[in-house]
Ligand binder design. Structure first.
Ligand code: SAH
Length: 393
């Protein structure tokens, strides 16, 4: 079998069950593994450590499938997906939401595979060459374990290029409507599977939307990076006095308006702003406008570790502006979904933003992604979504 041999001392991460082998840790490749093929990962004394997929184009040269010697086949994937489903079934019974994430990549021991489920339709992303290689087996295993036949692919994501793969999207099997309506916390949301961002909806913020809505009753709320207005719907449904939604995507805001109508909320008294957030926040500052609650949920500013510094400047800028737009006693709900940026660094950025903005504030709550986006205990990168609820003095 094709193998990679790690350099001496470079087996520590794998021994601690971290699922990635970086190119710099590899002493030697034995054989000629193709992109995505399964290889043995051996330590410098040729001792077996794990089986992983081989990705010759990526800095993450291998992603671990298993730390045991076992066959990587349809049965293997069936078991892994069943484990993911069982994990979620424990808490899923407590809510009647119709959409949730079934498989969350590395944290569910399925490196590079994302599967979201919307009303009995699965939307999949194959993000690593390993899952791409086993595409057929994985799709068959998904159908068997879920009983769902309808699968749509949204692997139109640029990280695939790092894996030597081109982007791909489209119907895989069954039939999908152009748009569908999901329920979340007794609210309705329109999801456009083929044309929306990511797999259509940001399921990871579900828990946080509820928490943030709790601060919005009778308040003036500014929801920045609103996408299809999920936080706005929650805020308005919880009797916010006024909600302003800002996003650079006009199709997203169009859906946001429709989501207000779907939930019998007053679409006309709310404000819908298609603009760049950085510019719009400055404009609001010049106008002297103030808010009681501001939500900042920007897209990933840092994809790789190298981009973290630039990302930090972006986060600091919007957070500083937001602090300045808050009334005394106001609430800032601020998020980062950059996996490469730690919780500690994010807090420091937000602290510096308050300092630069000339505002004193405290943290009331720390937030993270929902339970259907678990975090692998040995995979800290899985804790990608970090949120702080801050109150300014
Ligand atoms: N809070 C949303 C998810 C936000 S995703 C929810 O709960 O559903 C990030 C959003 O930021 C996307 O909708 C994207 O269109 C928007 N965006 C990206 N760059 C932007 C910019 N410079 N200004 C305004 N919006 C931006």
């Amino acid at each position: 079998m094709n193998s990679i041999i790690l350099k001496p001392q470079k087996d520590k991460a794998i021994r601690h069950r971290h699922p990635w082998v970086f190119s710099g840790a590899i002493e030697k490749v034995i054989g000629f593994p193709g992109n995505g093929e399964t290889i043995q990962i051996l330590d410098s004394r040729n001792q077996f450590l794990a089986l992983g997929s081989y990705s010759p184009n990526s800095q993450i040269r291998s992603r671990v499938w298993t730390f045991r010697k076992e066959a990587i086949d349809q049965q293997f994937f069936r078991q892994r997906i069943q484990n993911s489903i069982d994990r979620r079934n424990k808490f899923r019974q407590e809510c009647d939401d119709s959409a949730w994430r079934i498989v969350h990549g590395e944290s569910d021991l399925m490196p590079g595979l994302i599967v979201d489920q919307y009303n009995g339709i699965m939307v999949v992303q194959f993000l690593s060459s390993g899952v791409e290689y086993y595409r057929k087996d994985i799709l068959a295993a998904l159908k068997e374990t879920t009983g769902i036949n309808c699968i749509y692919e949204r692997s139109d994501v640029d990280v695939r290029r790092l894996e030597g793969l081109s982007e791909r999207s489209g119907l895989i099997s069954g039939d999908t409507p152009k748009e569908l309506i999901i329920t979340e916390d007794n609210k309705k949301f329109l999801v456009q599977i083929a044309t929306g961002q990511k797999t259509g909806f940001y399921l990871d913020q579900r828990v946080n939307r509820k928490i943030v809505a709790g601060y919005c009753a009778q308040k003036e709320v500014l929801n920045v990076f609103s996408y299809t207005g999920a936080f706005s719907v929650y805020a308005a449904a919880n009797n916010a006095a006024h909600v302003v939604s800002v996003d650079s995507s006009s199709p997203a805001l169009e859906v946001a308006r429709r989501n207000f109508i779907l939930n019998d909320l007053d679409v006309n008294s709310a404000e819908w702003i298609v603009e760049d957030a950085f510019q719009y926040l400055r404009k609001l500052r010049t106008q002297g406008r103030q808010f009681d609650v501001i939500i900042l949920d920007p897209p990933k500013f840092a994809v790789t570790a190298k981009q973290v510094e630039k990302a930090a400047r972006g986060y600091k800028d919007i957070n500083m502006l937001a602090f300045q737009l808050l009334r005394p006693g106001g609430i800032l709900a601020t998020f980062s979904c950059s996996g490469g940026l730690s919780e500690a660094l994010f807090q420091k950025i937000v602290a510096d933003a308050a300092l630069d903005g000339g505002v004193d504030a405290v943290i009331l709550e720390r937030l993270q992604q929902g339970l259907d986006h678990p975090i692998g205990l040995n995979f800290p990168e899985g804790a990608y979504l970090k949120g702080l609820i801050c109150m300014r003095d």
